[in-house]
Design a protein around this ligand. Structure first.
Ligand SMILES: [Zn+2]
Length: 293
């Protein structure tokens, strides 16, 4: 009988991923800004009479092996940085650092007494990397094709020189040939399955998404700007055409990514898919991790 329980215990430990045994990952959503565009500008077929609440989050992860920030949201100099945006695109980069948010990410981290080991960026658009300028001593992990993208004309108008300095400690990495949740390549950040990066090329060439596995019942997939509005995944539709032209580097590729997200949602409805800017999705994520709204 003892042997039976021993075998059962071994099988249980082997068949469950390590992250499901004990929750070692602590996640905190840091809100750095908000925006209230007309819904129709965020999704194909959206209403032109309704506003859509957008947020600019940074995601903090505390793990025994390190403290990591996924995206920075808006930084201390965001207002000044966006003066570099060409006039016709300014309306699309409007935001507010109002009372509904908690200020630039570097200030929030300072208040929390948090020292980062590294930053990983979903992609290099200004609203995701604006805060890098305030955290010059922290290594920033990025795929090589995304770093190369910052130097191309294609990256404009959401990428501009004032976002980066010579001091930015870029550290490139490649995804490994390890399938994860249907994605052919992945990177296990802490080598225990708690945080897993996958490629989401399309919005930008080196866009990545991050699977967050806190426990078997607390699973999320942060999908950056593949879509802005989570309804786009439910309906299988892209951004509004003008937004697509402005924001998506390869719109056809983005459509493929949306189909993949639809398939993932069908297969694993328990995984909460979170587009960075969809305030309602980010609130659902906060609820899932037990964070006050
Ligand atoms: Zn964005």
């Amino acid at each position: 009988m003892k042997r039976f329980w021993g075998i059962l215990l071994t099988l249980t430990l082997v068949s469950f991923p390590t992250w499901s045994q004990k929750s070692v990952l602590k996640m905190t959503v840091l809100s750095t800004g908000s925006a209230y565009p007309i819904e129709g500008s965020t999704i194909q077929g959206g209403s032109w009479f309704k506003k859509f609440k957008m947020t600019h989050p940074a995601f903090l992860f505390q793990h025994p092996k390190g403290t990591v920030l996924f995206d920075t949201g808006l930084g201390r100099t965001a207002e000044k940085q966006t003066q570099d945006v060409v006039w016709w695109a300014r309306i699309a980069t409007e935001f507010s650092q109002d009372e509904a948010t908690n200020g630039p990410v570097a200030d929030q981290l300072k208040k929390m007494n948090i020292k980062l080991d590294k930053i990983i960026v979903s992609h290099v658009h200004f609203d995701h990397v604006s805060g890098l300028a305030d955290l010059p001593d922290v290594p920033v992990e990025i795929q090589p094709q995304e770093l190369a993208f910052t130097k191309t004309k294609d990256a404009s108008p959401a990428v501009f020189p004032s976002l980066f300095s010579e001091k930015t400690l870029w550290k490139t990495y490649e995804l490994e040939n390890k399938e994860y949740e249907g994605y052919p390549k992945s990177r296990d950040v802490f080598a225990d399955g708690s945080l897993v990066l996958v490629g989401l090329p399309g919005h930008t060439p080196g866009s990545v998404g991050l699977f967050v596995n806190i426990s078997a019942t607390q699973r999320a997939f942060l999908v950056g700007d593949t879509v802005w509005n989570s309804e786009a995944i439910e309906k299988g539709v892209p951004k509004f055409w003008l937004a697509r032209m402005f924001a998506d580097n390869k719109p056809d590729e983005v459509l493929k990514r949306i189909e993949e997200l639809q398939a993932l949602h069908k297969r694993k409805p328990e995984i909460l898919i979170v587009p960075s800017h969809d305030a309602a999705s980010v609130d659902a994520l906060k609820k899932m991790i037990g964070q006050d709204l």
